[in-house]
Design a protein around this ligand. Structure first.
Ligand code: ATP
Ligand code: MG
Length: 228
Protein backbone atom coordinates (compact mmCIF):
# COMPACT_ATOMS: atom_id res chain seq x y z
CA UNK A 1 0.00 0.00 0.00
CA UNK A 2 1.18 3.50 -0.72
CA UNK A 3 1.14 5.69 2.35
CA UNK A 4 0.00 8.35 3.13
CA UNK A 5 -3.13 7.60 1.18
CA UNK A 6 -4.41 11.15 0.91
CA UNK A 7 -1.59 13.49 1.87
CA UNK A 8 -3.25 15.76 4.44
CA UNK A 9 -0.69 17.63 6.59
CA UNK A 10 -1.15 19.29 9.97
CA UNK A 11 1.72 21.25 11.44
CA UNK A 12 1.53 22.59 14.99
CA UNK A 13 4.13 24.88 16.54
CA UNK A 14 6.95 23.32 14.58
CA UNK A 15 10.39 24.58 15.52
CA UNK A 16 13.71 23.39 14.21
CA UNK A 17 17.41 23.79 14.84
CA UNK A 18 20.51 22.36 13.24
CA UNK A 19 22.34 21.48 16.47
CA UNK A 20 21.49 20.98 20.15
CA UNK A 21 22.95 24.34 21.15
CA UNK A 22 22.11 26.13 17.88
CA UNK A 23 19.41 28.78 17.46
CA UNK A 24 15.85 27.97 16.47
CA UNK A 25 15.90 28.59 12.77
CA UNK A 26 12.23 27.71 12.40
CA UNK A 27 10.05 29.14 15.15
CA UNK A 28 6.65 27.70 16.09
CA UNK A 29 5.25 27.46 12.64
CA UNK A 30 1.64 26.20 12.35
CA UNK A 31 -0.36 25.46 9.23
CA UNK A 32 -2.51 22.85 7.52
CA UNK A 33 -2.49 21.55 4.01
CA UNK A 34 -5.50 19.72 2.62
CA UNK A 35 -5.06 16.59 0.53
CA UNK A 36 -4.31 17.52 -3.04
CA UNK A 37 -3.57 21.14 -2.25
CA UNK A 38 -0.68 23.06 -3.78
CA UNK A 39 1.23 25.31 -1.48
CA UNK A 40 3.88 27.79 -2.51
CA UNK A 41 6.49 28.74 0.08
CA UNK A 42 8.25 32.03 -0.48
CA UNK A 43 10.57 34.30 1.47
CA UNK A 44 13.94 35.92 1.19
CA UNK A 45 17.16 33.94 1.31
CA UNK A 46 17.84 32.57 4.80
CA UNK A 47 14.20 32.89 5.89
CA UNK A 48 13.91 29.17 6.65
CA UNK A 49 12.24 27.69 3.55
CA UNK A 50 14.67 24.78 3.12
CA UNK A 51 14.74 24.29 6.89
CA UNK A 52 10.96 23.88 6.88
CA UNK A 53 11.16 21.18 4.20
CA UNK A 54 13.75 19.29 6.29
CA UNK A 55 11.76 19.72 9.50
CA UNK A 56 8.65 18.22 7.90
CA UNK A 57 10.52 14.95 7.50
CA UNK A 58 12.36 15.33 10.80
CA UNK A 59 15.71 15.37 9.06
CA UNK A 60 16.89 17.94 11.61
CA UNK A 61 16.10 18.53 15.30
CA UNK A 62 12.46 19.51 15.71
CA UNK A 63 9.91 20.36 18.37
CA UNK A 64 6.17 20.52 17.85
CA UNK A 65 3.81 18.26 15.94
CA UNK A 66 3.52 17.14 12.36
CA UNK A 67 0.75 14.75 11.34
CA UNK A 68 0.29 13.10 7.97
CA UNK A 69 -3.21 11.81 7.35
CA UNK A 70 -3.74 12.27 11.09
CA UNK A 71 -0.75 10.18 12.12
CA UNK A 72 1.92 11.96 14.19
CA UNK A 73 5.44 11.59 12.84
CA UNK A 74 6.65 10.19 16.18
CA UNK A 75 4.43 7.17 15.53
CA UNK A 76 5.91 6.59 12.11
CA UNK A 77 9.16 4.79 11.52
CA UNK A 78 11.48 7.42 10.06
CA UNK A 79 12.56 5.20 7.18
CA UNK A 80 8.92 4.58 6.28
CA UNK A 81 8.23 8.30 6.53
CA UNK A 82 11.11 9.23 4.26
CA UNK A 83 10.34 6.55 1.73
CA UNK A 84 6.68 7.55 1.36
CA UNK A 85 7.03 11.29 1.24
CA UNK A 86 9.37 12.64 -1.34
CA UNK A 87 11.43 15.68 -0.69
CA UNK A 88 13.30 17.11 -3.63
CA UNK A 89 16.01 19.26 -2.12
CA UNK A 90 17.59 22.34 -3.65
CA UNK A 91 20.65 20.25 -4.50
CA UNK A 92 19.69 16.56 -4.61
CA UNK A 93 22.36 14.02 -3.77
CA UNK A 94 22.30 10.94 -5.94
CA UNK A 95 23.89 7.58 -5.27
CA UNK A 96 26.84 6.45 -7.32
CA UNK A 97 25.82 3.70 -9.72
CA UNK A 98 23.58 3.73 -12.75
CA UNK A 99 20.59 5.97 -13.16
CA UNK A 100 18.50 2.78 -13.09
CA UNK A 101 19.84 1.93 -9.62
CA UNK A 102 19.06 5.44 -8.44
CA UNK A 103 15.47 5.28 -9.65
CA UNK A 104 14.81 1.74 -8.52
CA UNK A 105 17.28 0.67 -5.81
CA UNK A 106 15.50 -2.65 -5.16
CA UNK A 107 14.98 -3.59 -8.82
CA UNK A 108 11.21 -3.66 -8.47
CA UNK A 109 10.30 -2.13 -11.82
CA UNK A 110 11.04 -2.80 -15.45
CA UNK A 111 12.73 -0.33 -17.76
CA UNK A 112 9.49 0.77 -19.42
CA UNK A 113 8.17 2.03 -16.08
CA UNK A 114 11.43 3.82 -15.32
CA UNK A 115 11.62 5.42 -18.77
CA UNK A 116 8.01 6.57 -18.48
CA UNK A 117 8.84 8.20 -15.17
CA UNK A 118 11.83 9.99 -16.71
CA UNK A 119 9.66 11.16 -19.57
CA UNK A 120 6.89 12.36 -17.24
CA UNK A 121 9.39 14.17 -15.07
CA UNK A 122 10.55 16.08 -18.12
CA UNK A 123 14.08 14.73 -18.59
CA UNK A 124 13.63 14.28 -22.31
CA UNK A 125 12.59 17.91 -22.69
CA UNK A 126 16.13 18.73 -21.70
CA UNK A 127 17.95 16.52 -24.18
CA UNK A 128 17.86 15.64 -27.80
CA UNK A 129 16.97 11.95 -28.30
CA UNK A 130 19.70 11.68 -30.95
CA UNK A 131 22.39 13.05 -28.69
CA UNK A 132 24.97 10.31 -28.04
CA UNK A 133 25.81 11.72 -24.64
CA UNK A 134 22.21 11.89 -23.50
CA UNK A 135 21.22 10.47 -20.16
CA UNK A 136 19.72 6.98 -20.18
CA UNK A 137 19.00 4.35 -17.53
CA UNK A 138 22.54 3.03 -18.05
CA UNK A 139 24.24 6.35 -17.43
CA UNK A 140 26.74 6.09 -14.59
CA UNK A 141 26.11 8.64 -11.88
CA UNK A 142 29.23 9.89 -10.14
CA UNK A 143 29.21 10.13 -6.34
CA UNK A 144 26.52 12.53 -5.18
CA UNK A 145 25.54 13.24 -8.76
CA UNK A 146 28.55 15.42 -9.55
CA UNK A 147 28.39 14.70 -13.30
CA UNK A 148 24.85 16.11 -13.58
CA UNK A 149 23.56 19.63 -13.30
CA UNK A 150 21.53 20.55 -10.24
CA UNK A 151 18.48 20.88 -12.46
CA UNK A 152 18.97 17.43 -13.97
CA UNK A 153 19.33 16.00 -10.49
CA UNK A 154 16.03 17.58 -9.46
CA UNK A 155 14.31 16.07 -12.47
CA UNK A 156 15.73 12.64 -11.60
CA UNK A 157 14.55 13.06 -8.03
CA UNK A 158 11.08 13.85 -9.37
CA UNK A 159 11.22 10.72 -11.55
CA UNK A 160 12.02 8.75 -8.41
CA UNK A 161 8.93 10.20 -6.74
CA UNK A 162 6.86 9.14 -9.74
CA UNK A 163 8.19 5.59 -9.55
CA UNK A 164 7.38 5.50 -5.84
CA UNK A 165 3.96 7.04 -6.43
CA UNK A 166 4.42 9.52 -3.62
CA UNK A 167 1.20 11.26 -2.63
CA UNK A 168 3.14 14.00 -1.00
CA UNK A 169 5.88 15.93 -2.67
CA UNK A 170 8.00 18.60 -1.08
CA UNK A 171 9.99 20.48 -3.64
CA UNK A 172 12.76 22.97 -2.98
CA UNK A 173 12.81 24.41 -6.44
CA UNK A 174 15.87 25.22 -8.41
CA UNK A 175 15.88 28.24 -10.71
CA UNK A 176 17.29 26.22 -13.57
CA UNK A 177 14.50 23.67 -13.96
CA UNK A 178 11.52 24.94 -12.06
CA UNK A 179 9.64 25.65 -15.27
CA UNK A 180 10.11 22.06 -16.49
CA UNK A 181 9.20 20.54 -13.15
CA UNK A 182 6.11 22.71 -12.75
CA UNK A 183 5.02 21.81 -16.27
CA UNK A 184 5.43 18.11 -15.42
CA UNK A 185 3.37 18.54 -12.28
CA UNK A 186 0.58 20.26 -14.17
CA UNK A 187 -0.06 17.04 -16.12
CA UNK A 188 -1.66 13.76 -15.01
CA UNK A 189 1.24 13.32 -12.65
CA UNK A 190 0.30 16.18 -10.39
CA UNK A 191 -3.27 14.96 -9.92
CA UNK A 192 -4.14 13.82 -6.40
CA UNK A 193 -0.72 14.84 -5.15
CA UNK A 194 -0.23 17.21 -2.26
CA UNK A 195 2.52 19.56 -3.28
CA UNK A 196 4.62 21.95 -1.24
CA UNK A 197 6.92 24.01 -3.38
CA UNK A 198 9.56 26.47 -2.36
CA UNK A 199 8.92 28.82 -5.23
CA UNK A 200 10.98 31.45 -6.97
CA UNK A 201 8.93 32.29 -10.00
CA UNK A 202 5.66 34.15 -10.19
CA UNK A 203 4.22 31.40 -12.40
CA UNK A 204 4.74 28.79 -9.69
CA UNK A 205 3.08 30.98 -7.10
CA UNK A 206 0.16 31.64 -9.39
CA UNK A 207 -0.43 27.88 -9.70
CA UNK A 208 -0.64 27.50 -5.91
CA UNK A 209 -3.85 27.22 -3.87
CA UNK A 210 -2.12 28.80 -0.91
CA UNK A 211 1.03 30.82 -0.43
CA UNK A 212 3.07 30.95 2.74
CA UNK A 213 5.50 33.78 3.28
CA UNK A 214 8.36 33.01 5.65
CA UNK A 215 10.53 35.58 7.32
CA UNK A 216 13.14 34.87 9.99
CA UNK A 217 11.76 31.38 10.56
CA UNK A 218 8.12 32.38 10.98
CA UNK A 219 5.09 32.53 8.76
CA UNK A 220 4.41 36.21 8.29
CA UNK A 221 1.49 35.76 6.00
CA UNK A 222 -0.60 33.05 4.43
CA UNK A 223 -2.49 33.96 1.33
CA UNK A 224 -5.31 31.72 0.17
CA UNK A 225 -6.54 31.34 -3.35
CA UNK A 226 -5.14 34.71 -4.30
CA UNK A 227 -5.56 34.25 -8.00
CA UNK A 228 -8.43 31.84 -8.52
P1 ATP B 1 17.48 30.18 0.27
O1 ATP B 1 16.38 30.94 -0.40
O2 ATP B 1 18.79 30.86 0.14
O3 ATP B 1 17.53 28.75 -0.12
P2 ATP B 1 16.19 29.43 2.78
O4 ATP B 1 14.96 30.22 3.05
O5 ATP B 1 16.02 28.06 2.23
O6 ATP B 1 17.18 30.29 1.87
P3 ATP B 1 17.43 28.08 5.02
O7 ATP B 1 18.42 27.27 4.28
O8 ATP B 1 16.25 27.38 5.56
O9 ATP B 1 16.99 29.35 4.18
O10 ATP B 1 18.22 28.77 6.20
C1 ATP B 1 17.57 29.36 7.31
C2 ATP B 1 18.62 29.65 8.38
O11 ATP B 1 19.19 28.43 8.82
C3 ATP B 1 19.75 30.52 7.89
O12 ATP B 1 20.05 31.44 8.91
C4 ATP B 1 20.90 29.56 7.70
O13 ATP B 1 22.12 30.16 7.95
C5 ATP B 1 20.61 28.46 8.71
N1 ATP B 1 21.08 27.15 8.22
C6 ATP B 1 20.74 26.57 7.05
N2 ATP B 1 21.34 25.38 6.91
C7 ATP B 1 22.09 25.20 8.02
C8 ATP B 1 22.95 24.15 8.49
N3 ATP B 1 23.16 23.05 7.77
N4 ATP B 1 23.56 24.33 9.68
C9 ATP B 1 23.34 25.43 10.41
N5 ATP B 1 22.53 26.45 10.03
C10 ATP B 1 21.92 26.35 8.86
MG1 MG C 1 16.80 27.11 0.58
Amino acid sequence: AYWPASGHIEVEKLSARYSEDGPKVLREVSFQVAAGERVGIVGRTGSGKSTLTLALLRCILTEGNVRYDGLPTEKINLDALRSSITIIPQVPELLSGTLRQNLDPFSEHDDAVLNDALRSAGLFNLQDERDQSRITLDTQIAGGGANLSVGQRQILALARAIVRRSKLLILDEDYETDAIIQASLRTELGKDVTLLTVAHRLQTIMDADKIMVLDAGQIVSAIMSMIR
